[in-house]
Design a binder for this molecule. Structure first.
Ligand SMILES: [Zn+2]
Length: 112
């Protein structure tokens, strides 16, 4: 499954909206604040990017908050186990799945 990373700053309104959007869509992501993370800032400078939010989804780069592109590229969603409420990352490109919870071993059906 592809890793999702979002580059942000504290003052960026679109970054807040983007993070809320990822959470609403049950997408697991890593956030890098370019004001605090000099290495993350350097990575964007090297690619001539001077605005946030920026998304890395696998090897793909999205500059700006483009919801449709994000949903098209992300290949996982976070599922919640109905028995123990544990969270797990599941592939969203395989349709309905029969899932065995790694925490409580309960099995349940899940649709992305
Ligand atoms: Zn469980």
């Amino acid at each position: 499954m592809k890793k999702v990373t979002i580059y942000t700053t504290q003052s960026c309104g679109y970054c807040k909206m983007a993070k809320a959007f990822l959470a609403q869509n049950n997408i697991q992501y890593t956030e890098r604040d370019i004001e605090r993370d000099a290495q993350a800032r350097e990575e964007l400078i090297q690619r001539n990017i001077n605005g946030v939010p920026v998304f890395f989804i696998g090897n793909e780069l999205i500059v700006g908050f483009d919801k449709e592109k994000i949903l098209a590229l992300v290949d996982h969603r976070i599922a919640t186990c109905p028995a123990c409420q544990g969270k797990m990352r599941l592939p969203s490109d395989k349709g309905k799945l029969r899932v065995s919870c790694p925490n409580c071993k309960d099995t349940f059906e899940w649709t992305p």
